[in-house]
Design a binder for this molecule. Structure first.
Ligand code: BG6
Length: 294
């Protein structure tokens, strides 16, 4: 059906009432609601649903370059391309019975080949499980016929909706090494406790565990993020000053969002022709009391 500005979107619904929305523009999930109808992802009230600007919120896909660390535009171009529905995807190993899902595909246009001269097929499956869990599986295949490998970096740039950033903590990243984008990408080691927020944060945690939890104390809700093929995790909150500098982000909205991004950044993925890479993200929620101390 049609979303903002007439852009095409796919709505996934599950029997108990949870739902998700995926825009073909960006191949981007822009909504994930639980069976109470509560929105779990953050999308800015100022988001611009219009090319070439990427939609500010939900789950933009950063490919083939994370950040501005390379020749391409910030976070690559997948987030501001029009994806297609993949009507004939090759078989996925995952069981989809009982699940609502959509398959999307992105291939380079002639123009894209001029800025990144590699032929690829990027297949994205978005699945809503019976318990309302949201799964994103990316499969990227090198279809170059010139024998050349290519390398890329990647992130699921997930914007979680939180009640109050100062009441949020992230578990699973303590004691890890990280690159601090606010300090010229220098490498540091996190000391001790769970991560909490009282100012701007922009860090790339390296070699992270497959499970990360975001505890929202006020909402008594914990997001559980499970990932596969994605060793790194970016944690980003722009805080007040950067928020004001972004045209598509409300001045106070930083209080109600947190990006925790399952990613492959430090060691780029290299694919030879014919090779395929897979990166999976699974999001679920549990009541906080259940998760605390785990
Ligand atoms: C994060 C980066 O992933 O995305 C930040 O670590 C960046 O440095 C942020 O500011 C937002 O990027 P953009 O291009 O969507 O404004």
């Amino acid at each position: 059906c049609k979303g903002v500005n007439g852009l095409d979107k796919v709505v996934l619904r599950e029997a108990k009432g949870s739902s998700a929305e995926v825009y073909l523009y960006g191949g981007q999930v822009t909504s994930w609601k639980n069976d109470q109808g509560e929105e779990l992802l953050f999308v800015s009230s100022k988001a611009i649903f219009k090319p070439p600007k990427a939609i500010r919120g939900g789950i933009p896909i950063c490919f083939p370059q994370f950040s501005n660390n390379g020749p391409l535009e910030q976070h690559g171009f997948a987030r501001n391309r029009f994806w297609s529905i993949d009507t004939d995807p090759p078989p996925f190993p995952t069981n989809t019975s009982n699940k609502a899902f959509v398959d999307l595909i992105l291939k380079p246009s002639e123009e894209d080949l001029k800025i990144w001269p590699h032929s690829y097929e990027f297949r994205l499956r978005v699945t809503l499980g019976p318990g309302g869990d949201l799964m994103l599986t990316s499969r990227i295949r090198n279809t170059n016929n010139d024998g050349k490998p290519f390398s890329f970096t990647f992130a699921y740039h997930t914007y979680f909706s939180v009640s109050d950033i100062s009441e949020v903590r992230v578990e699973g990243l303590e004691t890890l090494d990280y690159l601090d984008n606010l300090q010229e990408k220098q490498r540091f080691t996190e000391q001790g406790d769970a991560i909490t927020f009282e100012s701007e944060v922009d860090k790339i945690y390296l070699g992270t565990p497959t499970k990360i939890a975001i505890l929202d104390h006020e909402k008594k809700r914990t997001f559980v993020l499970r990932k596969d093929g994605l060793p790194d995790a970016v944690v980003w909150n722009p805080w007040d000053k950067k928020a004001k500098a972004m045209a598509d982000f409300g001045d106070d909205e930083y209080k109600h969002m947190l990006c925790v991004e399952a990613a492959a950044i430090e060691k780029p993925i290299t694919l030879k022709p014919g090779e395929e890479w897979k990166g999976r993200l699974e999001l679920s929620t549990v009541p906080s009391s259940y998760c605390s101390g785990q």
